[in-house]
Design a protein around this ligand. Structure first.
Ligand code: ATP
Ligand code: PRP
Ligand code: MG
Length: 438
């Protein structure tokens, strides 16, 4: 194997050093960051794209660089440095044992089942149109994100492939993240509430026989029937989360069996005493004479945007792509629950109208009402008698708000859907940076 080259680092190393020194960082600290960067690139030359030392380097930068702007510049330089090191391997400048080089960011979407159509619809609502030529084609493009390709996969494979580095981002249920991610720190939840795929993972027992009066997990655990020889038998598809939940709750005498579906039949078939499965409407439990119990919810789930930490810190453009996707998602999801309400109000001036509006609890809008004069022509003269008030109102509080508007003299109330609310910065973006140690 050829000697690893430190060349790709040189320019970035100088830039980072200059940036840090210019901002009064101690020379030893700068030096340490640069050494780590160079060691990291050596390893990238030698090993693969998944050089774990980048994470350590980023942590070091976090400690050394408290100012967000400078920290982000350093991060970009590090990413570019590492990707140069990788490119030099691909171009043959340096040998490598195995390098998975790819330019495109990969987003995994559910290929079928409950989550598939909803994932595409959500992206569409964010003006991200997935172009899939036919439904059996597993790769697709999003013209609005030219550096990103979509790969359709089964939800559990999305999580597995995020962990193996074959996908960078994905949309899956939090249940699948918990079950197949198993707390792996490389999986980062970028947005935990995409507003579809709602369900919960729950323990359920028959509502007849020895279970008739059992109402809680505690009571279930204390039943004298369960012994080492005859443990509580639980049927579940969640073979990681199930045992973990029982252990965390101190339930000792328990065994698990698994099946791919129709688990609700297991107690009546005599295969299990209880089941641990997803519930949404509760119909399947009810139809099979099963009930949930207090303390039996393992987790609440809905669709989430998940990313690979390594991809975000090492793959060129990944962080920027996540930022854009996150902004679009947040703008859409925030607006989704709101209406824009416009009404006219008679008044002497804008402040007086504002005072009246503010007496009503549902009329404050996002930051406060926008009030503007309505110019009308009377006897050939332009005058202001009315003011238009514009507010955002939660959909649930619409009627209440209309009543409150009327109560303070509002008339001609217009209600229209709100499509996007772009905040100054999305709170989840700063949370993501902090999870990444940036
Ligand atoms: N009632 C529900 N039952 C199961 N999953 C639900 C439910 N409601 C929402 N979900 C979400 O949908 C995901 C499962 O979707 P789906 O049932 O299509 O896949 P699957 O069960 O893995 O596929 P299959 O049933 O073909 O094995 C879950 O991981 C969960 O996040
Ligand atoms: O509370 P409910 O709305 O009734 O939904 C819960 C049921 O839905 C899921 O099964 P699915 O339809 O995926 O069938 P499967 O068991 O064949 O996977 C889940 O495993 C439950 O059985
Ligand atoms: Mg299913």
């Amino acid at each position: 194997m050829a000697q690893p080259s430190k060349e790709p680092c040189k320019k970035e190393a100088c830039d980072i050093q200059a940036c840090l020194s210019k901002n009064n960082f101690l020379p030893q600290r700068c030096q340490r960051v640069i050494e780590m960067l160079q060691a990291c690139c050596e390893r990238c030359n030698n090993e693969s794209t998944h050089c774990g030392s980048v994470a350590a380097l980023l942590k070091q930068i976090k400690n050394a660089v408290p100012v967000t702007g400078i920290r982000q510049r350093c991060l970009r330089m590090v990413t570019s440095c590492v990707s140069n090191a990788q490119k030099s391997v691909l171009n043959g400048t340096t040998d490598a044992v195995s390098v998975v080089g790819r330019e495109q960011i990969r987003l995994g979407l559910p290929s079928k089942g409950r989550m598939a159509a909803d994932s595409l619809d959500l992206l569409k609502d964010c003006q991200l149109f997935v172009k899939q030529v036919n439904p059996r084609q597993y790769v697709a493009q999003i013209p609005q994100l030219p550096n990103t390709e979509v790969w359709f996969q089964r939800p559990k494979d999305i999580v597995r492939k995020l962990l193996s580095g074959d996908l960078d981002l994905g949309i899956v249920g939090l249940d699948i993240v918990g079950e197949f991610g198993q707390g792996n720190e490389d999986l980062i939840i970028v947005h935990e509430a995409l507003n579809f795929g709602d369900c919960h993972l729950s323990l359920a027992i028959p509502n007849y026989g020895i279970f008739e009066n059992i109402k809680s997990l505690k009571e279930l655990a204390q039943m004298p029937q369960w012994t080492e020889e005859r443990p509580l038998r639980v049927a579940t598809g969640f073979t990681y989360l199930g045992p973990k939940f029982m252990k965390d709750n101190g339930i000792k005498h328990v065994t698990f069996s698994t099946a791919d579906g129709a688990l609700e039949a297991a107690p009546a078939m005599g295969i299990a005493d209880a089941i641990l499965d997803l519930v949404s409407s509760g119909t399947t439990l009810k139809e099979n004479n099963l009930k949930e119990i207090e303390g039996g919810v393992v987790l609440k789930s809905q669709a989430a945007l998940v990313a690979s930490r390594r991809a975000l810190t090492e793959r060129k453009g990944a962080l920027e792509t996540v930022h854009e996707v996150l902004e679009r998602l947040e703008a859409h999801l925030k607006a989704d629950g709101q209406f824009t309400v416009v009404a006219n109000m008679r008044g002497t001036d804008a402040e007086e109208v504002a005072e009246r509006v503010k007496t009503q609890p549902s009329l404050t809008g996002l930051q406060g009402p926008t009030i503007s004069p309505v110019y009308c022509k009377r006897d050939g003269k332009v005058s202001i008698e009315y003011y238009a008030i514009v507010i955002c109102v939660p959909k649930k509080a619409l009627y209440e708000s209309v009543q409150q508007l009327r109560a303070v003299g509002g008339s001609g109330v217009l209600v229209s859907p709100l499509t996007y609310i772009f905040d100054e910065e999305t709170p989840r973006w700063s949370q993501l940076l902090s999870k990444l140690g940036l």
